[in-house]
Design a protein around this ligand. Structure first.
Ligand code: NAP
Ligand code: FE
Length: 371
């Protein structure tokens, strides 16, 4: 056996955890820049709890709420400028993956006056500010990862950077904040979380620990996946989804993601398919692609999902995401080229070549015409 494990984020999980553990904020200074999206932090109740906790701890705060979905370089540069004005000691991130990832970039840009494109170079002259994360979707697991994914318009894709210094110092996970999510975002984000576990399980970088975390998460997901197509999703189910999402983040913090995320980025960038749904459209064929390479892992995964076959898994996803994205043959060619440029492909347990990437897209989506 040979493996490493590193995940330095202190986790507080459970209803009321922000207020109950408010002393944690005071460990990181006297001024907090709150980075969030336009509405959801308020609607979910998370912002009120964080502000009350900061007030109680005599921490001055300012809100930067200009982060939209699939954050751009311009958004994080504006956040960095806001940070340099306010001079915070810490960044408190509240949101789905978009604000959480943007907050990591802003924690760097506040103390390093560099262009967002330089975030990918690493080796920042000044250590990023400490980050405290409050996820309000159950999907990305960004509160326990060292990754930040931004939209890179020049390269026409979404691109992540990874720095150990970008792990949040603490994460506060309260499932009540996910109750204001629409049904569609709840499902999309839940499938993103599952995808992290599945991809991590079928990653070259998988370890005994990441596999244990992935299987625990998939097993818990399997217990509630039948609830996702019901109109109302209970708080108890949401709590499981938040737990799964956190475990999924702990998995990819070790393994990184693979071909599903690499191909999915083009569906999001060019077709505005939400991130989790993009992964969901591709995950069934991804499993099929591994059927002969890793039959034991397929069996374990299906057992954890309480499913009999890959076909049943595909059928479940088809039901969740009716209506496939339509691509032209030319787009299939282009997206396979873009995906092949990512490190995710080399990390896929059965590494797909160019022709196989195109096949994965063709089998997962509706393809026709020359565009
Ligand atoms: P998101 O883009 O953060 O949010 C999606 C939408 O849901 C937004 O309109 C948001 O509103 C709304 N919303 C979020 N939480 C809500 C709540 N509690 N109640 C009501 N509305 C809410 O979605 P996400 O799927 O969590 O994040 C996706 C991003 O994370 C992508 O950019 C993806 O690439 C990235 N990602 C990162 C990692 C990582 O390890 N760092 C892993 C996977 C994915 P507002 O605009 O008001 O916020
Ligand atoms: Fe993801």
């Amino acid at each position: 056996m040979q493996f490493g494990y590193y995940m330095p984020t202190r986790i507080f999980f459970g209803q009321g955890c922000v207020v109950q553990n408010q002393a944690e904020f005071a460990k990181w200074g006297k001024r907090a820049l709150i980075v969030t999206g336009r509405n959801s932090a308020r609607v979910s109740g998370a912002l009120q709890d964080v502000c009350a906790a900061l007030d109680e701890q005599n921490i001055a705060w300012e809100i930067f709420d200009q982060i939209g979905e699939n954050p751009t370089f311009a958004m994080v540069e504006a956040g960095g400028a806001a940070g340099r004005n306010f001079r915070p000691d810490m960044v408190v991130a509240i949101g789905g993956g978009s604000p959480l990832d943007a907050a990591k970039a802003i924690a760097v840009l506040t103390v390093n006056e560099i262009a967002a494109a330089q975030l990918y170079d690493g080796n920042y002259a000044v250590e990023p500010l400490p980050i405290l994360a409050v996820p309000i979707t159950a999907g990305t697991g960004s509160e326990v990862t060292q990754y930040s994914v931004l939209t890179d318009a020049e390269r026409q894709t979404k691109r992540g950077f990874a720095q150990a210094s970008l792990f949040a110092k603490a994460a506060f996970l309260d499932a009540r904040y996910t109750q204001s999510l629409s049904h569609a975002v709840t499902v999309d984000t839940a499938v993103d979380a599952l995808s992290h576990c599945v991809e991590g399980y079928f990653a070259k970088r998988a370890t005994v620990i990441s596999d244990a975390l992935a299987l625990e998460a998939i097993r818990r997901f399997g217990e509630v996946c039948g609830e996702l197509d019901k109109p109302e999703i209970s708080l108890a189910v949401r709590e499981v989804l938040l737990y799964v999402s956190m475990l999924g983040g702990m998995v990819i913090a070790q393994t990184s993601t693979t071909a599903v995320h690499a191909l999915g980025y083009s569906l999001t960038y060019f077709h505005q398919v939400p991130h989790g749904r993009a992964n969901g459209l591709l995950m069934g064929e991804y499993l099929q692609f591994h059927a002969e390479t890793a039959p034991d892992k397929i069996d374990c995964l299906l057992a954890a999902m309480q499913m009999q076959s890959i076909d049943e898994f595909k059928q479940w996803l088809d039901n969740l995401f009716p209506g496939k994205t339509c691509l032209t043959e030319q787009q299939v060619e282009e997206y396979a080229v873009l995906a092949a440029k990512t490190a995710n492909i080399a990390n896929t347990l059965r590494q797909p070549d160019h022709a196989e990437l195109k096949q994965l897209l063709r089998k997962s989506l509706i393809v026709g015409g020359e565009g």
